[in-house]
Design a protein around this ligand. Structure first.
Ligand SMILES: Cc1ncc(COP(=O)(O)O)c(C=O)c1O
Length: 420
């Protein structure tokens, strides 16, 4: 798959090319982004306030993009991006997906909706390795809502203990919130298991929430088959949409009235009535105050690339590259932490190595960008912009370092900030 030309390839401080293997953190910038940001400036400059009502549509798939298309307004963008770009990622019907500023915001909206609770239904089931946007949010609302939180401990090698999750679901389950692909393990949960979780949760009248940040845009997701009530994710990573661009899918017919809603989620915001009234389109209620429109100009340039290529092809490409990486890891006698089976893999490949943080720094000095966790795990995700030669080059270096121990003496980087 040769999509490389559609991305601006990164370089180091000397202008030399580097190998970016951190698709799971922040995707490369699509080449079309600067033109989109210029369009934002132009729309702002030329239309001013009126851009809220009408700008030429820059968010279309296909050639219409070149000349702009029929008009839309900044006001409509959260739904438009949801329908045109998020829905195809999830195989979701029109009217169910909405742009969000972050996953955190969507979770907070959900937790602020009184419909999630009933007298006998207070239990929230999450797994130990849920991302803080979900995990911390639930804990922060716990006492206020009287939630009883069940955190299912991880099984062997940190993978989700599926039996324990199923056992935790009962008639008192208000929410079951799982990660489709685990951010610490790279484990993709199988469809049959997720359907079973959905069935048990629904039996109790509860809601099934999937955090698909590491699934959507790196593989086809069929949200209706999974029977999720809410599917959350973002475009920052494999989607190459950068920050400020997340999304929520809300199952058709779901009735939620988030208290966290803002005037952008009101039925008639410009009536400025004294009493609020929820917007009739439930997804619109997940909007707060004035939406930050600049980020929406770079939101879907990467998604366009992936949808043009086809998500099946994107998935196959990622699997081929992780397969290559796993073969190289096996040959070098390295310990694989992420799943080996194709169907259980996400886009991420994780190795368990000594001094992973130093190895990560050692690789970075040689122009290969990975990341490390807890000094034990080296994470990488060879994605559509990487070549097989880059995967081989990364593994040549990893093999050399782990064979000689060269990295163990390497200084830890002064990253200049907390991001890992
Ligand atoms: C699984 C998962 N969920 C959520 C997030 C972040 O969501 P947000 O910052 O939009 O709340 C991440 C980011 O790394 C993630 O890996």
């Amino acid at each position: 798959m040769d999509l490389r030309a559609r991305y601006a390839m990164p370089t180091d401080e000397h202008g030399d090319p580097v190998v970016e293997l951190r698709a799971f953190t922040h995707g490369l910038m699509p080449r079309s982004v600067p033109a989109m940001m210029e369009r934002f400036c132009r729309d702002w400059r030329e239309r001013g306030v009126d851009a809220w009502n009408a700008v030429d549509t820059r968010w279309q798939r296909g050639d219409a993009d070149e000349d702009g298309g029929p008009e839309t307004g900044w006001w409509r963008l959260p739904e438009l991006l949801g329908d045109r770009f998020v829905a195809p990622l999830l195989d979701a019907p029109p009217g169910t997906c909405l742009w969000q500023p972050s996953v955190h915001h969507a979770v907070q909206c959900l937790l602020s909706s009184p419909e999630i609770l009933a007298e006998h239904r207070r239990k929230v089931v999450v797994t130990e390795n849920a991302f803080p946007s979900v995990f911390h949010s639930v804990q922060r609302w716990q006492d206020l809502l009287g939630l009883s939180l069940t955190v299912v401990p991880a099984g062997p090698r940190g993978f989700v203990d599926r039996e324990a999750v199923l056992d935790a679901l009962g008639p008192d389950t208000a929410l079951a919130a799982l990660s489709h692909v685990g951010f610490t393990t790279g484990e993709r949960l199988p469809g049959a298991f997720l359907e079973e979780v959905a069935a048990r949760t629904h039996e109790a009248g509860g809601l099934f929430v999937l955090d698909g940040y590491h699934a959507a845009a790196s593989m086809p997701v069929r949200v209706r088959e999974l029977d999720a009530d809410l599917y959350l994710g973002g475009l920052l990573k494999e989607g190459s949409g950068s920050a400020g661009n997340a999304f929520v899918y809300l199952r058709d017919g779901l009735e939620l009235t988030p208290r966290l809603t803002g005037w952008f989620g009101d039925a008639e915001p410009f009536a400025f009535r004294q009493a609020p009234e929820p917007h009739p389109d439930v997804r619109r209620r997940f909007l707060g105050g004035t939406t930050p429109v600049a980020s929406m100009y770079h939101a879907v340039e990467g998604v366009k690339i992936l949808l043009d290529a086809g998500l099946d092809a994107v998935r196959e490409d990622a699997l081929a590259k992780t397969t290559r990486g796993i073969a190289r890891a096996d040959a070098a006698g390295l310990s694989l932490r992420s799943p080996r089976e194709r169907r259980r893999r996400g886009a991420m490949l994780i190795l368990e190595v000594e001094a992973a943080d130093r190895l990560c720094a050692w690789l970075k000095r040689r122009g290969v960008y990975t990341d490390s966790r807890q000094g034990r795990f080296l994470r990488m995700a060879p994605f559509v912009w990487n070549t097989e030669a880059e995967v081989d080059h990364a593994f040549d270096l990893i093999e050399e370092a782990t064979r000689t121990g060269a990295h163990c003496e390497a200084p830890l980087p002064d990253a200049g900030g907390p991001v890992t």
